[in-house]
Ligand binder design. Structure first.
Ligand SMILES: *Cc1c(COP(=O)(O)O)cnc(C)c1O
Length: 363
């Protein structure tokens, strides 16, 4: 049933004309401009995945007792489609997203969407909305997600789920492009605890991080860094990005996947590319006091954050309620630039990377 699912196609009769679309794509910011279509697939207990559809992008009609509105059984993914100089459209390591989506589903007691169906849904949407994949330095951000859709206030995994993919053309994530960001180290809030949902890509993790992000913003910082929940000592990650440190001998350090850190595909790709380029990469615990001491002594040369939306962005300044220090001279260093350029070239299919990283979409 699942492997042979066919998608019904109902093209949007009110799809935007080319001139309107191009005007919207000129400066799309992040996550505000959406394409004409969406994909939905429904899962029902005892029946499995069914009703795969490509339709006009439109609101859902859900009951006020819909379980996701009360208990937050929801997961998502984030990935990008890129336009090559030859017009071809590619995805970057999409099966990694499909696998992580399955892992997130398992943690949240949701049904596993087969990898092939995940990929087919993404390709269907990219194909029908291919005119929305920007030329030049932008990309089409794809947002697959799944939520519980049972009308029931009892506490249990839902008997029905909706999987959906929407897409938006995007430019750079941080305004200011290559600028280094400032980060706020939260000493009041943690993001994830051992045994919790930190390694699942679920909306609830983000809901819990917003108050800390507000604290960062109120203190003049761009992003918040979370420490571990048990000791409030070990650097874990940001609300939606992983973190790397570059030592003065060129060694890269990143916190190990401990169960409370989201296993970023950008993180995994950076580790692999850095090793391929001859760098030493250590996945080890790194404490906030160590970070401060290393930055002040000059042992720490650079630090950067990474994720699909932002790629790699340098950290220029670190602050907390008690401390404040700069990293290097406060601007993007050489290592982050070299790694970002290498990754972005591969993602955009401008340079060959490890086998299987670039997936062509048949248009
Ligand atoms: C999505 C996400 C990341 C980055 O993952 P990528 O696969 O690199 O985009 C990092 N941390 C959190 C909490 C995330 O949700």
């Amino acid at each position: 049933m699942t492997q042979q699912t066919t998608f019904s196609l109902e093209p949007n009769p009110n799809a935007l004309d080319a001139a309107t679309r191009d005007a919207l794509m000129r400066d799309p910011a992040f996550g505000r401009v959406f394409t004409d279509h969406m994909v939905t697939i429904t899962w029902r207990e005892g029946q499995g995945w069914q009703d795969a559809k490509v339709t006009a992008r439109k609101p859902f009609s859900i009951d006020p007792a819909c379980s996701v509105l009360h208990y937050g059984q929801e997961i998502f993914e984030g990935m990008k489609a890129y336009r090559g100089a030859d017009g071809a459209v590619t995805l970057f390591r999409p099966l990694e997203n499909a696998r992580r989506f399955q892992a997130s589903a398992k943690r949240m007691a949701m049904p596993a969407l087969p990898e092939s169906l995940f990929l087919e849904a993404i390709e269907q949407l990219v194909r029908i909305d291919q005119a929305w994949v920007p030329h030049g330095s932008g990309s089409l951000y794809l947002r697959p997600f799944m939520f519980a859709n049972e009308v029931f206030l009892g506490i249990k995994p839902a008997s029905e789920f909706i999987f959906c993919v929407i897409a938006c053309p995007v430019g750079p994530y941080f305004k200011g492009g290559d600028k280094a960001v400032s980060v706020w180290v939260s000493e009041n809030y943690t993001r994830a605890a051992p045994g919790g949902t930190g390694e699942a890509k679920c909306g609830g993790n983000y809901a819990g991080s917003l108050v800390a992000q507000n604290e960062a913003t109120a203190n003049g910082c761009d992003q918040v860094v979370f420490l571990d929940a048990a000791e409030h000592r070990w650097v874990e990650e940001l609300g939606g990005m992983n973190i790397f440190f570059v030592m003065d001998d060129g060694t890269l350090v990143t916190p190990p996947l401990s169960g409370s850190i989201l296993p970023g595909i950008t993180r995994a790709s950076v580790i692999e590319l850095a090793r391929e380029m001859g760098m030493v990469v250590e996945e080890r615990r790194y404490s906030y006091p160590e970070w401060e001491a290393d930055a002040k002594s000059g042992r720490l040369a650079e630090a950067f954050v990474c994720g699909t939306a932002a790629t790699l962005v340098a950290i220029g300044e670190v602050r907390s309620a008690r401390t404040r220090f700069a990293i290097g001279n406060g601007t993007a260093g050489n290592t982050v630039k070299v790694l970002r350029d290498r990754l972005v070239e591969i993602q955009r299919n401008q340079a060959a990377g490890p086998a299987g990283w670039v997936h062509h979409v048949a248009l």
